[in-house]
Ligand binder design. Structure first.
Ligand code: C2E
Ligand code: MG
Ligand code: MG
Length: 630
């Protein structure tokens, strides 16, 4: 069904007219606030609304015609007067006050109102709102806020305090840390001091106060270790007991201070004489011990003992007085003379007494055998020196012959030592020792000079084609400047390098140092021939035949001498001769004693030889005669 058009809708029914006073009266009656109308002049109530009655607890009939004062609504006239003045001031703010209710209690209110006229009489219209509850709430709120604020303040204060405490604590912590670090440093320093003092104490316990040398305690320790070490390695070592010869008399005559100076000087000299790895200790009094690890044989020890004797024999200056102290030395050797600390010291001590008994100022070994052998070596070295100085050496010459013609083509110079007591000493008895102690160098220089002098004489005597072969020690080759020295000697005697053969052993090229090669090249450069002596008895490397300037080989006597009986000897000489031919090396057979050996060698193609078959080594004069004979 369609909706009707608005114009078709019926007009609304007119509302009945309402009197405004009735409306006001209804508002007056219904208002939750309470409203009073009282005469301004005396304050008597003209009308009150039900709100007022509910609020105060009075009944309407008890109220009308009475004053608020009488009912105790206004607690005092001044309160009412203040309200009236508030209204007159025209303020649009509610007026706060307190009004009494029937039970006598006071309630907080907010009041508004006005002064108006009813029937020509001035009346006070008061609209009152009970705000007691609100006040209560507000008060409660305020209290809560206060509490809250107090709480916040308290918390803030607490927090601040906590912060302050934290900061304080932090500060204290930092300080504590600082103190801790300081304490740590102090602790460390204290620890260092303790260690240092321990070291100091240990050092003091183990060292002699006067000389600073190890004392008996440390010596025992070192000796114990040395024994263990030597036992493990199968090594030898020596214990030297050094006792001063004239200490007591110096001490007695010049006083203890002088004695102390002597002991300190002796300590210094001993330390300066030995190697760092050796131990010098003071046993007490004027007794010292020297430990020498790793001594190969007695002669090394004897040499050192000799050195110590010389060092302590040198005068010690005390003030203006030069004191001759001197010492006697006893030597024990591990393991021959003992294998405990006590035995070794005891043995050295006994040997020292023996040295004293032998007239002081000397050394003695505990073991006689070693004593003798080392003494012999020392004596021999001493005599070798004398031999050089006193020209006790000479050269013998053994001819080298051409096997086909029997002609003497060369001679080998062989050293002889004419010892004043022992007679002729063969070279093998002294050359190894001379090499060991370095005396081979001056001896070798002498041999070269003497051989060149003699060769020059023979050349001048008409044997211009004669060559000389010299035996050269590896120590001469390894020494710097050898080729230059040779050149100078050749020049001095007017000899051409081509007249000389140098016999070197296989050990020389095996020491394949650049300098060795250089020296050999220089020698070859002088025209000299280099022959390998005792070929086949040394190192078996043949490489040096390729890289070194070698001109020839001397087949060792040991092969030659087995030629006739041992087919292997024959095979060896044959092979060596073959190899030499292929390498274009000159060959000399050594030690040919029989015609059979000579013919075998000849049949193998050997061209030159030397040996007793042709001639023994001869003194120069005899060899000269041999040269001159047909
Ligand atoms: P070497 O150079 O092999 O000299 C040959 C050695 O054999 C010589 O001994 C010589 O007398 C010996 N001899 C020669 N023919 C025969 C023989 O038919 N039968 C036997 N049984 N022996 C024979 P010597 O003179 O005693 O020399 C020994 C070694 O001493 C030499 O062996 C050489 O290595 C070395 N020597 C000799 N003189 C010197 C020298 O002036 N300086 C150097 N550094 N060493 C030298
Ligand atoms: Mg030789
Ligand atoms: Mg030889």
């Amino acid at each position: 069904m369609p909706l009707p058009e608005p114009s078709e809708m019926p007009a609304p029914a007119p509302k009945p007219r309402t009197n405004p006073l009735e409306v006001y009266a209804r508002v007056f009656e219904a208002s939750p606030d309470y409203i009073t109308i009282s005469r301004l002049s005396d304050g008597r109530y003209i009308d009150v609304n039900p709100g007022f009655l509910r609020f105060t607890g009075w009944r309407r009939e008890e109220t009308l015609g009475r004053t608020a004062q009488e009912l105790g609504v206004w607690p005092d006239p001044a309160t009412r007067q203040r309200f009236i003045e508030h209204l007159r001031s025209g303020s649009d703010q509610p007026h706060a006050s307190r009004l009494g209710v029937r039970d006598g209690s006071l309630r907080d209110v907010e009041m508004a109102g006005n002064i108006t006229e009813i029937d020509g009489e001035q009346v006070l219209v008061a609209v009152v709102r009970d705000v007691s509850d609100r006040r209560l709430v507000e008060a409660e709120l305020a209290r809560h806020r206060q509490q809250l604020e107090a709480l916040v303040a308290a918390r803030t204060a607490a927090l601040q305090q906590a912060n302050a405490q934290l900061a304080d604590a932090n500060g204290q912590l930092a300080e504590a840390n600082l103190q801790l670090a300081q304490a740590h440093t102090e602790l460390q320093q204290a620890h260092e001091r303790v260690l240092e003092s321990e070291r100091e104490t240990r050092h003091q316990a183990q060292h002699d106060k006067l000389t600073g040398l190890p004392n008996r305690v440390l010596l025992q320790d070192r000796l114990t270790r040395l024994i263990a070490d030597a036992q493990r390695r199968g090594a030898l070592f020596a214990t030297l007991f050094v006792d001063l010869d004239n200490f007591k008399s110096i001490n007695d005559s010049l006083g203890h201070a002088a004695g102390d100076t002597v002991l300190r000087t002796v300590a210094e000299r001993l330390c300066a004489t030995v190697r760092r790895s050796d131990t010098v200790a003071r046993l007490g009094g004027d007794e010292f011990i020297v430990l020498l690890p790793d001594v190969a044989h007695g002669s090394k020890v004897a040499a050192l003992a000799q050195k110590i004797l010389a060092q302590l024999d040198a005068p010690i200056l005390i003030g203006q007085v030069a004191c001759q102290v001197g010492c006697s030395i006893g030597i024990s050797l591990f393991p021959d003379d003992g294998d405990t600390v006590d035995h070794l010291i005891q043995a050295a001590d006994t040997a020292m007494y023996h040295a004293k008994a032998c007239g002081r100022g000397n050394f003695q070994f505990h073991s006689g055998e070693l004593q003798r052998s080392s003494q012999q070596r020392i004596t021999l070295i001493h005599e070798l020196r004398q031999g050089i100085a006193q020209q006790q050496f000479s050269l013998h010459y053994q001819p080298v012959v051409d096997m086909a013609s029997g002609a003497v083509v060369a001679a080998e110079a062989l050293l002889r030592w004419q010892h004043p007591q022992r007679g002729t000493v063969p070279p093998l008895d002294f050359i190894p020792l001379a090499e060991e102690c370095g005396l081979i160098v001056p001896i070798g220089d002498w041999v070269l000079d003497e051989a060149c002098r003699q060769l020059s004489a023979w050349h001048r005597a008409g044997h211009a084609r004669l060559r000389l072969a010299l035996n050269i020690s590896p120590h001469q080759v390894w020494r710097g400047g050898f080729a230059e020295a040779v050149a100078a000697t050749l020049q001095r005697h007017g000899i051409a390098g081509t007249s000389l053969d140098f016999e070197i052993t296989e050990g020389v090229p095996m020491q394949a140092r650049e300098q060795t090669l250089d020296t050999l090249r220089r020698l070859a450069g002088l025209g000299l021939r280099l022959l390998i002596d005792d070929f086949g008895t040394g190192y078996s490397s043949l490489r040096y035949l390729q890289s070194f300037p070698i001109h020839g080989l001397k087949i060792d006597r040991s092969f030659v001498q087995t030629l006739s009986d041992d087919p292997r000897g024959l095979a060896i000489t044959g092979s060596v001769i073959d190899m030499a031919r292929h390498l274009q090396l000159h060959v000399v057979a050594e030690g040919v004693e029989t015609e059979q050996q000579a013919s075998l060698l000849r049949s193998q193609g050997c061209s030159t030889a030397q040996g007793y078959l042709y001639s023994r080594p001869q003194p120069a004069e005899a060899f000269g005669r041999l040269l001159a004979s047909p």
